[in-house]
Design a protein around this ligand. Structure first.
Ligand code: FAD
Length: 396
């Protein structure tokens, strides 16, 4: 009989964990495993707010895939997926075709603009190494421009749409970076504005209110202006229109207000909600026993019937569960159900400041910032062992 072919799309949190587990658990010649990713590196998405603001180097938020996986056990293909064809059990790449017996989809999310006009065209997103390099350079460039046209204060107004975890972590870093840039470019700090706009009635909706209050106080002290309960109606080349038509002039709009699944999944004909597949209890796409969907591409419901927000934490756990089920399938053993176990959530607020809930307790300030570091180091350890911790850990 022929060896089953496993194809993993995306080397994000879900795809990398699946690959690492498969290379450990599969016996020699039990399956052919191929991992496909757009870049030859994995990016540590949960760290991207720092290089975006310029408080860290983008190099510290990426790891070469060849350093993570054993290329004797897993074929790595650097390519972009352009189409998934479940009916033919094929994946079309920009430069070739792969056929599979089992498919794992972990392509990560895309920005959700909720149809707000102009957001797709004029706002930037914190999504990848390429996108954060652009944001970082763009921010510096605004300071340089302002020095040549000092009447253009809109160059120094930075709008961040969304006060979820990504938005809050980013403004924490940006607020730390602004004083440095002011020094570097001889700019009076009082001219610079960071405006965080959130449509929901609170920042960090759904998070512990006492910690949210603390986070807002920390960030306000650093100079952030919050516009909570205010919807962005439109994004233009000159800024944003909010509420009942008020214009906030800005040359920098960073949208963090929503994530959806990957467009390739709906195009493939899978049933989706905002580009995400509501997976079965084993993480498979309904009606497709050989297709697993992970991370930001999947939709998992809690026991009360509400969807869990997609996180790196969940994508990693799903990767482990998915690898287990793939091995079980190949060996004709029973599959294991996926159950999310929340190990806690910590959000950084810039240097030495954070908030979080872990081990059933609330944390804020230095202790929370330390917890955040511990989580990041644990991740490096899981994917790359001690060598990766030593190479990258000191930068976190
Ligand atoms: P991703 O990690 O997004 O990986 C997808 C991969 O697929 C990428 O390598 C990409 O290059 C590749 N890819 C995409 N399209 C293609 C294509 N067409 N062809 C080939 N390859 C492709 N979560 C937490 O749990 N804790 C946090 O503290 C936290 N902080 C965050 C901070 C920020 C700034 C951001 C943006 C997110 C944060 N998250 C956090 C959320 C977390 O990063 C995501 O939920 C997680 O990355 C999802 O993992 P994934 O495996 O689904 O996809």
């Amino acid at each position: 009989s022929s060896i089953p072919k496993i194809v993993i799309l995306g080397a994000g949190y879900g795809g990398v964990l699946t690959s690492l587990r498969l290379q450990k658990e599969l016996n020699y010649n039990e399956a052919d495993v191929t991992l496909v990713n757009k870049h030859d590196y994995h990016y540590i998405t949960t760290h991207l707010h720092m290089p975006a603001a310029g408080t860290d180097n983008p190099e510290n938020a990426r790891v070469n895939i060849s350093k993570l996986i054993d290329e004797f056990k897993i074929d790595f293909v650097k390519s972009t997926v352009v189409q998934i064809r479940p009916q033919d059990r094929k994946v079309i790449l920009e430069d070739g075709t792969l056929s599979y017996d089992y498919l794992i989809i972990g392509l990560g999310g895309e920005p959700e603009t909720f149809g707000i006009p102009g957001l797709g065209e004029h706002a930037m997103n914190i999504r990848s190494i390429n996108s954060v390099r652009l944001i970082r350079e763009h921010i510096e460039y605004q300071f340089a421009r302002y020095k040549r046209e000092p009447h253009r204060t809109d160059y120094l107004t930075f709008v961040v749409g969304g006060a979820g975890f990504t938005g809050i972590e980013f403004i924490g870093e940006l607020a730390d970076r602004i004083p440095e840039l002011c020094k570097q470019f001889d700019v009076d700090p009082s001219i610079v504005k960071i405006v965080n706009i959130e449509a929901a009635p609170t920042a960090l909706p759904g998070f512990d209110p006492e910690l949210v209050e603390y986070a807002m106080q920390v960030l306000q002290k650093k100079g952030v202006t919050f516009r909570i309960g205010t919807a962005i109606k439109e994004c233009t080349p000159d800024g944003v229109i909010v509420g009942e038509g008020e214009e906030i002039k800005s040359q920098t709009v960073i949208w963090t207000g929503g994530v959806r699944g990957n467009r390739l999944i709906e195009e493939a004909g899978f049933e989706t909600m905002r580009g995400r597949v509501k997976v079965d209890e084993f993480l498979r796409a309904p009606g497709h026993e050989n297709v697993y969907v992970l991370g930001d591409n999947s939709l998992v419901f809690n026991p009360e019937g509400r969807p869990y927000p997609p996180t790196a934490q969940m994508a990693m756990q799903q990767g482990v569960n998915c690898a287990h089920n793939l091995v079980a399938s190949i060996r004709n053993q029973p599959l294991k159900k996926y159950v999310f176990t929340n190990k806690g959530t910590v959000a950084s607020l810039g240097k030495g400041e954070a908030i979080g809930i872990a081990f059933g307790k609330k944390y804020k300030g230095r202790v929370a910032a330390w917890l955040k570091k511990a989580i990041d180091i644990r991740y490096l350890f899981i994917i790359g062992g001690i060598p990766l911790v030593l190479r990258k850990g000191k930068f976190l």
